[in-house]
Design a protein around this ligand. Structure first.
Ligand code: 7TS
Length: 408
């Protein structure tokens, strides 16, 4: 299919609105959350208008329809990431909950005092804090693969850490600050060779390029719908069937059981074992629609488009006085560019840009240790997705020139 970002923009109602009179929205914050195409919004309202019922419970017509739609969404997502079967695809609330699920079930059961878990210095807080919580409780050792000056992980150091007999390795497939795409397949191979299991934080990868969990041989893979044109409130934990079977449930309640006595219960089979309580049904259905939408456009087309926009933006941003890109030469990068502008505070940068309808994020982007390492309290960040075009970049550049003029 021919990639046409002008047509794509038209699929997203919000991108057609003005944020100030005469100023169209230039949305450059998709790393935080992506906008939603009309097909996703419609699928969710149609569900509420026509099919709303609780799932896996009633035998009435609506309950059957809702259950079927929910399970169909699971099938679509399983296919999208090339999972072996749908039992390996667990609906959670988001990436954060998916990671916490692994830490609190697999980690709590299989890790013991003194065991080593390897993380990286570029992790989002959601792949740090859950491990820190368990480490403090169970006296588990945490070690970190350093980030080099060029924004890549230090693979020599990783090799050294692997010699220490780690039990688990968890890392992000793509950095939400630097855009670095980590060589997940090689890292997983090495970790497996050292006898460790691997969780990949896919919050920034699944939305932006094709991911095949079987080819990667990931043991666990976590991502969120809202960063891939789907709604908030729903995410996925992919896990290998054998591992998921070996793990205790996360939350207790309805749907995750086969049988309950007053003092005990028998847990349900996967994936239901990990889906206690009424889930985000409309959101799961919207998620399925988002996957349809992305598939129709083609993940390879999306990735290629984002590469072009990012290269264009890197080039253009270099022309701006006083602007320093945070790791401009990462060899393999996605559509995320963080930068600083001398003494101008990132919040001021974002505020001036907002005046022109340009949405960027300012702060530590939930990666405080990474900022700390490079001596930066905060950065501004522009990120790109399938609906961004060259004009968005041009408007960003003009906006940044205004920032310089204003604070000169
Ligand atoms: N991991 C990475 C790499 C992320 O970028 C994010 C969200 C998460 C995990 C957490 O995802 P959630 O859906 O559970 O919240 N990143 C960002 C960001 O960069 N700005 O806002 C959220």
């Amino acid at each position: 299919m021919e990639y046409n970002h002008y047509n794509i923009k038209n699929d997203f109602p919000i991108l057609l609105r003005e944020v100030r009179p005469g100023t169209r929205l230039v949305y450059l914050d998709s790393t935080a959350t992506a906008q939603k195409p009309r097909v996703v919004i419609d699928a969710m309202s149609q569900y509420y208008e026509l099919n709303n019922a609780n799932i896996h419970r009633g035998i009435h017509q609506l309950a059957e329809e809702a259950t079927e739609m929910y399970e169909l969404a699971r099938e679509k997502i399983a296919q999208f990431i090339h999972a072996h079967n749908t039992k390996e695809v667990i609906f959670t609330r988001n990436t954060t909950e998916s990671i916490n699920l692994v830490v609190q079930t697999w980690g709590r059961k299989f890790l013991q005092a003194g065991d080593l878990v390897i993380l990286t210095e570029m992790e989002h807080h959601s792949n740090l804090v859950p491990w820190q919580m368990l480490a403090a409780e169970k006296n588990i050792q945490l070690e970190f693969i350093p980030v080099r000056e060029n924004g890549e992980l230090d693979f020599n150091h990783f090799d050294q850490l692997l010699e220490k007999n780690p039990k688990f390795v968890a890392f992000t497939h793509m950095s939400n600050v630097l855009g670095t795409i980590n060589p997940a397949k090689e890292m997983i191979q090495k970790a497996h060779a050292a006898g460790a299991l691997v969780l990949v934080d896919g919050a920034q990868s699944v939305p932006h390029f094709s991911v095949d969990v079987q080819d990667l041989d990931a043991d666990f893979y976590a991502f969120s719908a809202h960063k891939m044109c789907g709604p908030t409130g729903v995410g996925i934990l992919y896990g290998k069937e054998k591992l998921l079977d070996s793990m205790p449930p996360f939350l207790g309640g309805g749907d995750m059981i086969k049988k309950v006595l007053l003092r005990s219960f028998k847990e349900n089979d996967i994936p239901h074992k990990f889906e206690a309580g009424t889930p985000a049904i409309a959101e799961a259905i919207g998620f399925g629609k988002a996957v349809d939408y992305l598939t129709q456009i083609g993940m390879d087309n999306i990735a290629a488009h984002e590469k072009k926009i990012t290269q264009y933006a890197l080039q253009k941003l270099k022309s701006i006085e006083n602007l320093k890109i945070f790791c401009p030469d990462v060899p393999d990068r996605g559509g995320v560019i963080s930068f600083e502008m001398g003494l101008i505070h990132p919040h001021d940068v974002a505020q001036v840009l907002d005046h022109y309808g340009i949405a960027v994020r300012a702060g530590h982007h939930c990666a405080m240790p990474l900022h700390e390492k490079f001596g930066l309290p905060a950065t501004s960040r522009a990120s790109f997705y399938l609906y961004n075009d060259f004009e968005d970049v041009d408007l960003l550049v003009i906006g940044l020139q205004h920032v310089n003029e204003l604070f000169a």
